[in-house]
Design a protein around this ligand. Structure first.
Ligand SMILES: Cc1ncc(COP(=O)(O)O)c(C=O)c1O
Length: 443
């Protein structure tokens, strides 16, 4: 499909496959919530209550959650030891943190926040419809024999590059559902092996991410006992992720970090289809309003959110339409077409999107592991480019100027959301580290 992109530096950079920073011209400052959006911010607090409701159940299903009373949460880690290696030693970069979803329990990635949530919400609805539970107080009965017998006759299906499949597969099997995951050609073998060991049926499609979802959706629609978790359209997934914002807000508050107009919060989130970064951003805007500046990050060859949102098109624009090939080592975010739903919701809320080259992903992966023992997969490192883009690039300067932040940027808190990595097998991780080490040595 032919696309129309505005004539500016970000367009030139993105089309040339160079790292680009695109600023969203539709970002709203005033009356954000007056905009007619398909969803309301009250859904964020609803999701937080739902997470609390299922916490005891999660603790029963996943013993690793004992320590947190059933909460699936990650640490907020200041990156002081690696600032120099990242090129961030100067005080103009304010304070820099990692939101360590790479180490998130249950599924080892940010996708635990969406996938586990939607599986448990579906299980609850199904059990209610069959009279197994009649009030929220009885939610623990979702792990009863009766519920298990019901769930075993139902299938939960999902299409993804891997991490959402892991999260959905783990949660579905824990409750006794059948699970089918449809994966695309980019999905890594170790993710497939892990799913197969869990008893999940894996259907590998000779298609890209978007194609695999289309095929998965069509197959699920043909079977009334299959519930399809639709990564492109699901509001439940989106709000599952959104509850992460409150977790981050409490951690910032505990660390005595102020977020307000004079102390801006910049958050950088790796983006595939957009659900995870969109949900977390939406939650942050609901809490902090204009003081939160959220950016998506994508590989230079898979800038699906950047090209779609930049085009302003009401039809889905893919990276192929813009001449990109969707080839990247960042398999978890190798997505050619972003979610239309997320694009619509984020239109007035997202500050911008930037892109990164694969070599940098491996450099950051190596630095994070060697300097602070933070174990990442390549996709999960993309946000480390954020502070440099904001503080040093012409587009970053334009953004600071537009928002009256030029004088305040040294007061900023930057949060690099590291979204996955804990489950990467040792052999694979060693290869990532070798590549990172050789790049760091050569630079
Ligand atoms: C490690 C990691 N980071 C980021 C993302 C992006 O999430 P989404 O596809 O919802 O944009 C994913 C998605 O699977 C992921 O696995």
């Amino acid at each position: 499909m032919p696309i129309n992109l505005p004539n500016n530096q970000a367009r030139d950079d993105v089309l040339a496959g160079r790292p680009a920073l695109w600023l969203n011209p539709n970002l709203k400052q005033d009356g954000i919530w007056d905009t007619k959006l398909p969803v309301r911010p009250s859904r964020v607090s609803e999701a937080e209550s739902n997470w609390m409701l299922i916490a005891s159940l999660l603790e029963k299903c996943f013993p690793e959650l004992k320590a947190t009373g059933g909460k699936i949460e990650s640490a907020l880690i200041e990156v002081s030891p690696m600032r120099e290696a990242l090129g961030y030693s100067s005080s103009e970069f304010g304070r820099i943190f990692v939101k360590a979803d790479n180490d998130l329990p249950v599924a080892g990635s940010i996708q635990a926040r969406g996938g586990v949530y939607e599986v448990f919400m579906y299980a609850k609805a199904l059990a209610e419809s069959q009279g197994i539970i009649s009030s929220e107080k009885e939610v623990d009965r979702l792990v009863s024999e009766e519920a298990n017998a019901l769930f075993s006759k139902h299938t939960i299906a999902v299409g993804s590059t891997g991490n959402l499949s892991l999260s959905v597969g783990i949660a579905a099997r824990a409750l006794g559902f059948q699970a089918v995951v449809h994966i695309c050609s980019e999905a890594k073998d170790w993710k497939v092996d892990r799913l197969t060991r869990l008893g999940v049926k894996v259907v590998r499609h000779n298609a890209d991410y978007s194609g695999a979802i289309d095929l998965a959706r069509a197959q699920a629609e043909a079977d009334i006992n299959t519930y399809f978790i639709d990564n492109e359209r699901s509001q439940t997934l989106f709000f599952g992720y959104s509850a992460a914002a409150n977790e981050l807000a409490s951690q910032l508050s505990k660390a005595h970090i102020t977020v307000d107009d004079n102390h801006p919060l910049f958050v950088y989130l790796p983006c595939g289809i957009g659900g995870a970064p969109g949900g977390a951003s939406y939650g942050l805007k609901a809490i902090f309003g204009n003081a939160a500046h959220t950016f998506f990050v994508e590989p230079v060859q898979s800038p699906s959110a950047l090209v779609h949102m930049m085009s302003g098109s009401s039809e889905q624009v893919s990276v192929y339409d813009a001449g990109m090939n969707n080839k990247t080592e960042a398999d978890a975010i190798a997505v050619p077409r972003m979610s239309e739903f997320v694009a619509e919701v984020m239109k007035p809320l997202l500050s911008g999107v930037f892109t990164v080259v694969d070599d940098d992903l491996f450099r950051w992966l190596w630095i994070a592991q060697t300097q602070q023992s933070i174990r990442l997969e390549p996709s999960a490192t993309a946000g480390f480019a954020g502070p440099k883009f904001i503080v040093n690039s012409p587009q970053g300067h334009a953004y600071l100027e537009q928002h009256g932040l030029r004088e305040k940027i040294a007061n900023a808190t930057h949060v690099v959301w590291t979204t996955g990595g804990a489950f990467v097998p040792e052999e694979q991780f060693t290869k990532f580290m070798e590549r990172g080490a050789s790049l760091v040595k050569d630079s």
